[in-house]
Ligand binder design. Structure first.
Ligand SMILES: *Cc1c(COP(=O)(O)O)cnc(C)c1O
Length: 387
């Protein structure tokens, strides 16, 4: 429920990540925002609230600090945080869409986002069309007078597809739709969609923002304060808030976001170079590669290419399953964005729910979330697993 606009907004990204929303505690001078584990607040006479706090679903100082930090990092008017990325998306959609509205979704969207639209909002009369967002003519052709939202992910999960945020924002404006960007993969350190014309950013804070695989959370960041008021109303009315301890974990993670993303990107580049040289690998998906179809756009709108890498292997699904079973530094598991490297098989794990749909992923695909361990150990581990 907090807006940016503090003096920190004039500072560099890493300074904002450490200080925005996180002034030393006025009472004690504690340099770290306390975990306000409280459901309610003493009132100084009826309605005499201290700092506007009356009940922790409505507002909590630890959550407010996180929200101010996110608004500052994304250059938004305000941010709102939730118990998961999907809870954030749910509250956003229920704030802005109505039965009969139409949504354009990336054809390679995060499986859970597709499921939310197709299986949950579908029942409430919201229609969704999956479109390859890299094809702007296809996006324009899919719009109707009922299109109220273009949902963008860039890079996408798991194929690292790139969409042109500025160009999509122009289309959204033409048709009177909101452009929402799921910025989970890039984080505001690598890409700031609101500065490129997007209306809303959503995050799974579970991933890079938290950064340590120890918390589940989500965020909505808005450019327009009036839209922010609607989200704030529904954050309280629906109640899918993040708790103070989880908010604190994300705040702690955000302080090192810049140095982590630098290292994730460097390690991913080393992994990509190794995979490209391997005879067992048939294709590498990484936006930093010059031959990647979205490379030029990625180079324009991202400062680096991040830690997510996907690749396909010789030998089909059986070979892919053997590789993900054979690593020891890379841990077999879903999720991404933590300091530790993860490996997974999307067709039967993260993307099992889109099997048989237009969003189905190749069955010889392996996805890596490249962590911040010593790069040499990551290469040795992959080398052994591929052998
Ligand atoms: C994980 C993820 C989500 C969903 O977030 P949760 O915190 O798991 O609810 C949404 N979008 C992307 C790109 C993700 O990776």
């Amino acid at each position: 429920m907090s807006g940016s606009g503090s003096d920190w907004d004039k500072h560099g990204f890493d300074t904002r990540a450490i200080h925005a929303g996180q002034e030393p505690d006025p009472q004690t001078g504690a340099v770290v925002v306390p975990i306000y584990a409280t459901s309610t607040y003493k009132q100084d006479g009826v309605g005499g609230l201290r700092g506007g706090y009356e009940y922790s679903r409505t507002g909590n100082p630890t959550r407010a600090a996180l929200e101010e930090s996110l608004a500052s990092l994304e250059r938004g008017a305000a941010a709102y945080t939730f118990g998961s990325g999907l809870a954030a998306s749910d509250t956003l959609v229920r704030s802005v869409l109505r039965p009969g509205d139409h949504v354009i979704l990336p054809i390679d969207a995060y499986g859970g986002s597709y499921r939310l639209f197709a299986r949950v909002f579908g029942e409430w009369g919201i229609e969704v069309t999956p479109v390859p967002l890299s094809d702007l003519d296809a996006v324009r052709a899919a719009t109707t007078e009922r299109t109220k939202m273009i949902w963008c992910e860039t890079p996408t999960n798991p194929l690292l597809g790139i969409a042109d945020i500025a160009a999509l924002s122009a289309i959204a404006r033409e048709v009177g739709a909101l452009l929402v960007v799921d910025n989970t993969f890039a984080t505001p350190y690598l890409q700031q969609p609101l500065t490129l014309g997007a209306d809303v950013v959503v995050h799974s804070m579970t991933k890079y923002l938290g950064g340590h695989s120890d918390v589940v959370g989500g965020a909505v960041v808005v450019a327009d304060p009036t839209l922010g008021e609607k989200i704030a109303f529904n954050q309280n009315a629906i109640g899918a808030i993040i708790g103070p301890f989880d908010a604190w974990l994300v705040l702690r993670g955000i302080k090192t976001l810049g140095v982590r993303m630098d290292r994730h990107s460097d390690n991913a580049a080393a992994v990509v170079e190794f995979l490209q040289a391997s005879p067992k690998v048939t294709r590498v998906w990484y936006p930093g590669l010059a031959e990647h179809p979205g490379h030029d756009i990625a180079a324009r709108q991202m400062s680096q290419y991040g830690g997510m890498v996907s690749f396909q292997v010789e030998g089909g699904p059986d070979a892919a399953r053997r590789v993900v079973d054979a690593t020891s530094v890379f841990t077999l598991g879903e999720s991404l964005g933590g300091v530790e490297s993860l490996i997974e098989y999307p067709a039967a794990m993260t993307h099992a729910s889109v099997a048989g749909s237009a969003l189905e992923v190749p069955d010889d695909l392996i996805r890596l979330s490249v962590g911040i361990e010593s790069a040499a150990d990551l290469l040795t581990d992959l080398d052994r697993a591929l052998a």
